[in-house]
Design a protein around this ligand. Sequence first.
Ligand SMILES: [Zn+2]
Length: 61
Amino acid sequence: MIIVRAGADLLGGTEITHGFTDSGKEYEERQGILRGYGIDCDCKLSSNKKRSRERRFDRVF
Ligand SMILES: [Zn+2]
């Protein structure tokens, strides 16, 4: 069981999310951890990290 406590009042309908991983990890490592939870994540952070990874890859080749 996980109990989540908000640090501020929330409006009804506010989405509450949980990261499942350290947001500072690299894209592949994060996705590997998330796949272990059965999650194929395309949130804003994952999408940004994926684009950063692709840009680095493009510079190499
Ligand atoms: Zn994500």
